[in-house]
Design a protein around this ligand. Sequence first.
Ligand SMILES: Nc1ncnc2c1ncn2[C@@H]1O[C@H](COP(=O)(O)OP(=O)(O)O)[C@@H](O)[C@H]1O
Ligand SMILES: [Mg+2]
Length: 269
Amino acid sequence: MSTVYRNFFGFSKKPFSADLEIKNIIQTSEIKAAHDRFDYAVELGAIALVTGEIGAGKSTALRWIVAQLHPARFRPVWITASSGSILEVYRQILAEFEIKTATSSRATLTRMIRKQISELAQNRKRQPVLIIDEASLLRLEVFAELHTITQFEGDSKPWMPIILVGQNNLADNLLHRSATPLASRIVARSHFASVNREKMAAYLKHHLAIAGMKNSPFEETAITAIFQGSGGIFRKANHLARGALIAAAAEQSQVVNVDHVRLAASEIF
Ligand SMILES: Nc1ncnc2c1ncn2[C@@H]1O[C@H](COP(=O)(O)OP(=O)(O)O)[C@@H](O)[C@H]1O
Ligand SMILES: [Mg+2]
């Protein structure tokens, strides 16, 4: 099914796919705002929050922002939370530093991470920047402890800024009392909200162009239907738009109309 519609519309590759190259990421005003706040937090050695609904474009924005960091000056350490435990976080950080360990001792893991951070900062003069994606999955114990890896007593120099990326409840989780030491270092927050119709239309056009299609086959009413059906969320729009293309191709229609979007919606939601 997937290749049929691609051939029918003459796409050179799969449209609306998730593995965007950095150069194909749209530099939206939200990304620019998040970039400014990211840089600000990094400069201060502090913490920034990036929040937004699933599929709103947070991880993509961070990929773009991290790609702008000067490789000789910065050492991004990107981890994605899954189980949300502190041991997982510590192990992932060490794995990013290419350090293997079997220990389950928090004290040892913390020590190893701190050693690595200070070595990076002092000897190689590269500033580590920790990015934790899906941080809304982190357990409270992580918020209570995370600051200990970045805090170096008796030294006023900032060591490792942290960018926490997650769904909206991330901000609520940080209000918990045990998270106070971490929360007190938050200096900036950016939010990825749902986009308006105009931005959604530009988004769809952009993704079609990346996949090799200059002229959009979507009727205006179909774009409105995708916008409404997705609630202005990119990832939902991807599914709807691709589904509608498949539905149109099945009818040998070069034009994608609102019925095709409705058909797609009935299949995927
Ligand atoms: N700035 C952008 N330019 C182009 N495509 C984007 C952009 N932001 C998000 N997308 C697309 O939207 C989808 C969802 O984005 P993602 O970053 O995974 O969302 P989140 O991390 O908030 O769940 C992805 O398929 C991605 O390719
Ligand atoms: Mg994400």
